[in-house]
Write a protein that binds this ligand. Structure first.
Ligand code: NAD
Length: 421
């Protein structure tokens, strides 16, 4: 198998940068292309802005020839181009494919015969053939004949030290069998295992199936958590027990709401596609959306209950939020349910502060939330603490034994003054 000499990764974020690092280590000459001057400058100076990639990783690939740029002309000399740009929602909660279309236009301008173009951004089934290919073919070259196109869903799990890009199987589907072959050839040099899908739409659907499955199962336990609280049943203990079944059960855990850029967003791509193409709703997703989106308001209600038990109103009470990122042990606050919780608490007059060793500053609607530096002091000052994210650096005993009523949304604390979600 020949190592393709040059790879251009478009979009150097949580998905693109780990790919650039792994491909550089596999022997590719990698150029990272990003519209952000700041991102490319920082990388060229050896600084990483992504949790899972260290400055040392960036310096290592820089010394091996990696460069980051905002100049799209690098595409012309690539063998492989991989698109890892954001796919957010627009105002109507429908897919916003602007970055994918922009990247495709940049590629079309420089496209050469024999190149392989792969889309990794999460999107609805049909995007590769209906959106990407037509833009690329505006170059005059024909997909599957002059150049090759495939989709490979990105499966990065930020903060997961056990499963990385290299040892997580990579699903690949091309628009023709030859496209698939080229894409398999590329990825098998970068990751340990490549899984070939039956077609490009099946590869696109794989990612949405995975994330919709998580979304729905999280909603299931979130709904159960609410009535278990009333029935005085410890759902976390029931999940622990059910998890001992060696078949037919996968554990999911309740929490303050879903965050990040996958779970709250990707199922919308799928339900939008079903709605616009077929005219009916994807009912499971709609219900999961409703339950998960209601969790921040439920957390606020439980905070009010805890204060009520102390004969305190929420207005002017001091509420300390512990961990505000969307996931444990990473510093990413995008789409974190903590923001909705803080916003509602502030609107209701609470005096909100937070502790998060991974977040230096945190603003809600442009106003900085007060950061408390010391856990002990913060807990002593608060009327109620809310554990939103169970970062491993938090001292559970210190929180549980602080003498401050604590709402535990993660099911990791225990003690007479701890109340679970
Ligand atoms: N972060 C994750 O955990 C994760 C996991 C699975 C899938 N995804 C999916 O992967 C895709 C990328 O997500 P991400 O988290 O890496 O995003 P990100 O926001 O971390 O990074 C995207 C980068 O792309 C750049 N960019 C935007 N438009 C561009 C363009 N036209 N040309 C060049 N660069 C451009 C941005 O400046 C940014 O640096 C999305 O579709 C996302 O849904 C993300």
């Amino acid at each position: 198998m020949t190592v393709a000499s040059k790879l251009v990764v478009i979009g150097l974020g949580y998905v693109g940068l780990p790919l650039a690092v792994e491909a550089a280590r596999a022997g590719f000459q990698v150029v990272g292309l990003d519209t952000s001057e700041r991102v490319s400058q920082e990388l060229n100076q050896g600084r990483s802005h992504v949790d899972d990639v260290t400055d040392a990783d960036v310096r290592e690939i820089l010394s091996g020839g990696f460069t980051a740029t905002t100049d799209t002309s690098c595409i012309a000399t690539a063998d492989v181009v991989v698109i890892c740009v954001p796919t957010p929602l627009d105002g109507e909660l429908g897919p916003n494919l602007r970055a994918v279309e922009d990247a495709a236009r940049d590629i079309a301008k420089h496209l050469q015969s024999g190149q392989l173009v792969v889309l990794e951004s999460t999107t609805y089934p049909g995007t590769t053939e209906e959106v990407l290919v037509p833009i690329l073919e505006s170059s005059g070259l024909i997909a599957g004949q002059d150049f090759y196109v495939a989709y490979s869903p990105e499966r990065i799990d930020p903060g997961n030290a056990r499963f990385t890009l290299r040892n997580t199987p990579k699903v690949v589907g091309g628009v023709t069998p030859l496209c698939t072959e080229r894409a398999v050839d590329f990825y098998s040099q970068v990751v340990d295992e490549v899984v070939v899908s039956g077609g490009v739409k099946e590869a696109e659907m794989t990612k949405l199936l995975e994330n919709t499955y998580r979304h729905i199962n999280i909603a299931l336990v979130n709904e159960m958590a609410q009535f278990c609280a009333e029935l005085e049943i410890d759902l976390w203990d029931a999940i622990r027990c059910a998890s001992t079944k060696p078949f037919g059960f996968s554990p999911f855990f309740p929490g303050p709401g879903v965050g990040g850029h996958c779970i709250p967003i990707d199922p919308n791509y799928l339900s939008h596609r079903v709605q616009t193409r077929l005219g009916y709703t994807f009912r499971f997703v709609e219900l999961a959306q409703e339950i998960n989106a209601g969790m921040p308001a439920y957390v606020v209600r439980r905070v009010q209950d805890l204060l009520n038990d102390q004969s305190l109103p929420l207005r002017n009470s001091r509420v300390l939020l512990l961990g505000v990122t969307y996931k444990a042990d990473i510093g990413d606050v995008r789409e974190s349910p903590a923001a909705d919780i803080a916003k509602t608490l502030i609107e209701l007059g609470a005096r909100v502060s937070y502790i998060d060793p991974l977040v230096d500053s945190w603003a809600i609607d442009g106003a900085e939330v007060r950061k408390t530096a010391d856990l002990k002091d913060g807990l002593r000052e608060a009327h109620v603490a809310v554990l939103l994210q169970a970062h491993s650096s938090f001292d559970h005993d210190e929180i549980s034994g602080s003498g401050t009523w604590t709402l535990d949304t993660r099911g990791v604390l225990s003690g007479p003054m701890v109340v679970r979600l």
